[in-house]
Design a protein around this ligand. Structure first.
Ligand code: TMP
Length: 210
């Protein structure tokens, strides 16, 4: 594929379940809309009819799914949202805020399940092509704290072991270390407002709002 054809921005929000990323995403959407930007919020897996159906399969706690199938289903859901939603929105100049994207696959299926990282990254490229995040937040929180923030009925992924989530969290930290320009590791322990001020600093820098 040639040079980047998109004009909008893609900002992604990542972290282990219970990290508080969705709260920060909602506040960010409000913040950017108040500054006059056209903002669309998406989530992964989800945001299209097909991807929401795939999401239901992936999170169903009564299903046993092999690791490779799980990986391919996440990438399939992603290909759908990229083609149907992200490409047209970016071409229109929209700022997209997405709750999770391919870094979740690297962390959960790569580090968490132990699937080969180079295969996982090849699949990202097949699923997204040149649609890459301009900025990614990783909300970093100890597993024990994240656990207290979760809902009552764990889904299939939330039911994984503490060791699994330790590996996932390590994966996210590795991503932040290897791509410091794009991936910002945010300490998710302080108050919502304190965390949000770290988030807005990065948003302002990217979008030159300050
Ligand atoms: P959510 O609960 O944050 O909406 O995410 C759905 C679950 O799917 C969450 O437990 C993380 C997991 N997940 C993966 O394992 N791989 C992925 O690529 C994505 C996007 C999510």
């Amino acid at each position: 594929m040639g040079s980047k054809t998109t004009r909008g921005r893609l900002i992604t929000f990542e972290g282990i379940d219970g990290s508080g990323k969705t709260t920060q995403l909602k506040k960010s959407a409000q913040y950017l809309e108040q500054r006059g930007l056209e903002v669309v919020v998406l989530r992964e897996p989800g945001s299209t009819k097909v991807s929401e159906k795939i999401r239901r399969i992936l999170l169903d706690p009564t299903l046993e799914i092999s690791d490779l199938t799980e990986l391919l289903l996440y990438e399939a859901a992603r290909a759908e949202v990229v083609e149907r939603e992200m490409r047209p929105l970016l071409a229109r100049g929209t700022t997209i805020l997405c709750d999770r994207f391919y870094d979740s696959t690297t962390a959960y299926q790569g580090y968490g399940r132990g699937l080969d990282l180079s295969m996982v990254k090849k699949l990202h490229t097949i699923a997204v092509g040149d649609v890459r995040p301009d900025l990614t937040f990783v909300f970093d929180l100890p597993f024990a704290t994240a656990l207290t923030r979760r809902g009552k009925n764990p889904d299939r992924l939330e039911s994984q072991s503490k060791a699994f989530f330790r590996r996932v969290a390590r994966g996210f930290r590795e991503l932040a270390r290897s791509e410091p320009g794009r991936v910002k590791l945010i300490n998710a322990k302080p108050s919502i407002e304190k965390i949000f001020s770290a988030v807005t600093r990065e948003l302002d820098k990217l979008l030159r709002l300050s």
